[in-house]
Design a protein around this ligand. Structure first.
Ligand SMILES: Nc1nc2c(c(=O)[nH]1)N[C@H]1C(S)=C(S)[C@@H](COP(=O)(O)O)O[C@H]1N2
Ligand SMILES: [Mo]
Length: 257
């Protein structure tokens, strides 16, 4: 059985070694297939320097914000999780260099409107704001995130999803990352393709130009550097699900591996 409780330092000097990352993956892979570099990071450590992100608290939010239901719970820390203040950066491989003029968002599968939106077309779509918590399967929880971007429902409306579709695969062409979920989970009100976090544009490290955010599931489902979505009638495991992660990933039920 895999180690469900990696001994990761959850202090502010949060750091995960390559070995721990591999343990996180429940894998023993050699070579360069999986690299990790997860430095201590505020959410903004690599931008212009003068910007400081606001830490939003529930009571400071305006009325146009969608509250992820879990943020209204009295206990917001799921079992086996620990709250961190830092803003960890976690992914396999290197941060892709994305030229926004080349980036597209592809809508495919069981839809009436197959589409490939350019960056400016995507950015012109109506946006929503969502306030959510984030739970990584490695054990860290980051509360109070304010996301802004295009809701999953907006994308589904644009796509005109056929009735046979029951699942989605959200993809990043960069290093072929993907995550699967039911259409029902995807269409929850608090799911969005975020382009901003805490009031500022997403950084490259956190998935710019757009990342999925699915607050009700472990954060591995929240694909960074997203490049498209496929609607399907058959479920197909994504990047980590292939390696034995739980197919669903509900943090409150500890559906980890
Ligand atoms: N494209 C891509 N998206 C990804 C990942 C990845 O490796 N590649 N890792 C996932 C995991 S395991 C986590 S915890 C979050 C981390 O997001 P953050 O770096 O913004 O904290 O991104 C998720 N999305
Ligand atoms: Mo994660």
């Amino acid at each position: 059985m895999k180690d469900l409780n990696p001994k990761i330092d959850m202090n502010k000097t949060w750091h995960i070694s390559r070995r721990e990352f591999l343990r996180h993956a429940g894998l023993l892979i050699t070579g360069t297939a999986i690299a990790s570099s997860i430095p201590l990071s505020a959410c903004r450590n690599n931008t212009e320097g003068t910007e400081t992100a606001t830490t939003f608290q529930t009571e400071t939010l305006s009325t146009d914000v969608i509250y992820s239901p879990d943020t209204l719970k009295e206990n917001r820390i799921p079992p086996g999780q620990r709250e961190v203040q830092a803003c960890p950066i976690l992914h396999e491989g290197a941060i892709p260099q994305i030229d926004h003029s080349e980036w597209t968002f592809t809508i495919s599968g069981l839809v009436e409107n197959k589409n490939a939106l350019t960056h400016s077309e995507f950015m012109a779509l109506p946006t929503v704001k969502v306030f959510s918590d984030v739970h990584c399967v490695t054990g860290w929880t980051k509360l109070n995130n304010l996301w802004e971007g295009v809701s999953s429902r907006e994308i589904a409306d644009l796509a005109k999803v056929k009735s046979e579709a029951k699942f989605v695969i959200v993809k990043s062409d960069y290093r072929k990352y993907s995550a699967n979920m039911t259409l029902e989970d995807f269409l929850k009100e608090d799911v969005l393709f975020a382009v901003k976090h805490d009031g500022l544009n997403l950084t490259d490290a956190h998935g710019a130009p757009a990342r999925l955010v699915v607050p009700s599931l472990y954060f591995w489902k929240s694909v960074k550097w997203v490049t498209g979505i496929e609607f399907t009638d058959r479920d197909r495991p994504g990047f980590w699900e292939v390696f034995g992660y739980n197919n669903h990933g509900d943090p409150w039920k500890e559906e980890r591996y």
